[in-house]
Write a protein that binds this ligand. Structure first.
Ligand SMILES: NC(=O)C1=CN([C@@H]2O[C@H](COP(=O)(O)OP(=O)(O)OC[C@H]3O[C@@H](n4cnc5c(N)ncnc54)[C@H](OP(=O)(O)O)[C@@H]3O)[C@@H](O)[C@H]2O)C=CC1
Ligand SMILES: CC(=O)[C@@H](O)[C@H](O)COP(=O)(O)O
Ligand SMILES: [Mn+2]
Length: 382
């Protein structure tokens, strides 16, 4: 089993739960990173004593260095710091739980340094999936999904005999806080409404993505890279209770599902301990308490972001990075009160229609498409 782990984004929702899992598994923490939240990072340094702590923001990193001057932890900042945390020699595995496609460069660096990857940071695969998959192959490195649906599929696939027997993947979606609503109902929804996820407690960006169903679109793309499946073999079914985390269907129409309470500590732990399983702090699932599991077709007319992601897959190349980059900016603008909820989907769609798409040959192609998509959205909203 993994003994030493580096956690990128340790102060976030996944990062703090990953430290909880690490505490119970008695793992050594090699490095931890934050964007600017130095108070939580300080507590983590004092408890886990990593040899490296990274604060992405330079000013905050300076302040942090003074705060923890009495410890043996080295402090770095910026992308160089993230790369150092991703490649630190003492770590066997890197858990990437930063939010956004800023995670791509450190993921590639970790793979090139032969670290196994536990991946929560879905934007990395969405924007640069072809580069990541090539790097994994070239370096003979494993990537274990943390995203609940992808972990569910990965768990279901453990029972597969041959790939040709697999018919399709079935991603479940909660439907978010706006399930059943139509465009007219969504015109004036507030940030507070959109942050009210029915089942999961997560960071702000992914919670808004769940409300717009961009999250499910990103997850179709993530699944297509992780499991090498075309999008016409990836179905989405709305399952309001988030108890079935996803399913796979075989050619004989037998369906295998993975179930559990909506708690990310199960997929995080499985990514770290694969192929072994250990007791976890998550409560046992009592189906008689849940009593009802419901299923619906997704509403592609209302949830434009879901449609946009399918379109991005059809276009291919840097279109995936464009959809992701446009969404990252639009999502933040909505949270900051600068645009309305429905404008997120409009902006992602417009970026796909207007930003030039290229073939991906190098990481620079992805970074440049991401930059153009972000600029496109910023200019559109001025
Ligand atoms: N939360 C969940 O249950 C799930 C999350 N995911 C995915 O996992 C990833 C993390 O999500 P979540 O934990 O919810 O997010 P959070 O916003 O809670 O945490 C994000 C982490 O990344 C750091 N961070 C933010 N921006 C940057 C940046 N520009 N550069 C470097 N570090 C940064 C944050 O630091 P700071 O605290 O200082 O801001 C924090 O440590 C996302 O890709 C999400 O889609 C997938 C499935 C479930
Ligand atoms: C916990 C997790 O994996 C999230 O991605 C979650 O699935 C979001 O819920 P939605 O199904 O509402 O997007
Ligand atoms: Mn998910």
């Amino acid at each position: 089993m993994v003994k030493n782990i580096s956690i990128l984004g340790s102060t976030g929702s996944i990062g703090t739960q990953a430290l909880d899992v690490s505490r119970k598994l008695n793992l050594n923490i090699s490095a931890i990173t934050a964007y600017s939240n130095i108070d939580i990072l300080e507590q983590q340094v004092r408890e886990f004593k990593p040899s490296l702590a990274v604060v992405f923001c330079e000013d905050k990193a300076k302040e942090f260095k003074t705060k923890i001057a009495d410890t043996n932890t080295k402090v770095l900042s910026g992308m160089d710091g993230l790369i150092e945390a991703a490649t630190i020699s003492s770590a066997d595995m890197v858990l990437n739980s930063v939010v956004g496609m800023v995670g791509l460069t450190p993921t590639l660096a970790a793979i090139n340094a032969h670290k196994d990857i536990a991946l929560a940071n879905k934007e990395t695969l969405v924007a640069g999936g072809s580069l990541v998959m090539d790097a994994l192959k070239k370096n003979n490195v494993n990537m274990y999904p943390v995203d609940s649906e992808h972990s569910a599929i990965f768990q279901c696939l453990q029972g597969m005999n041959q790939k040709k027997e697999l018919k399709k993947l079935i991603l479940t979606a909660s439907g978010g806080p706006f399930f059943g609503k139509k465009i007219d109902d969504l015109k004036d929804v507030t940030v507070k409404d959109a942050l009210n996820h029915p089942n999961w407690s997560m960071g702000a960006k992914i919670t808004i993505d769940s409300a717009s169903m961009m999250n499910k679109g990103l997850e179709i793309i993530e699944a297509s890279w992780l499991f090498d499946m075309p999008q016409d073999k990836i179905d989405v079914v709305v399952h309001r209770e988030s108890i079935i985390h996803s399913m796979i269907e075989f050619v004989d129409n037998s369906v295998i599902a993975q179930l559990g309470l909506p708690d990310m500590r199960i997929p995080i732990q499985y990514a770290i301990t694969y192929p072994n399983r250990y007791e976890s702090p998550v409560k046992e699932l009592d189906l008689t308490e849940i009593s009802n599991l419901s299923f619906y077709k997704p509403d592609y007319d209302t949830f434009k972001c879901l449609r946009a992601c399918k379109k991005a897959i059809e276009i291919g190349g840097t279109a995936l990075a464009i959809a992701n980059g446009a969404n990252e900016v639009a999502n933040k603008m909505f949270r900051d009160g600068k645009i309305k909820f429905l404008e997120i989907g409009d902006l992602v769609y417009d970026a796909l229609n207007n930003v030039e798409v290229q073939e991906i040959k190098r990481v620079e192609d992805v970074l440049s498409a991401d930059k153009s998509a972000r600029q496109y959205v910023l200019d559109s909203v001025k």
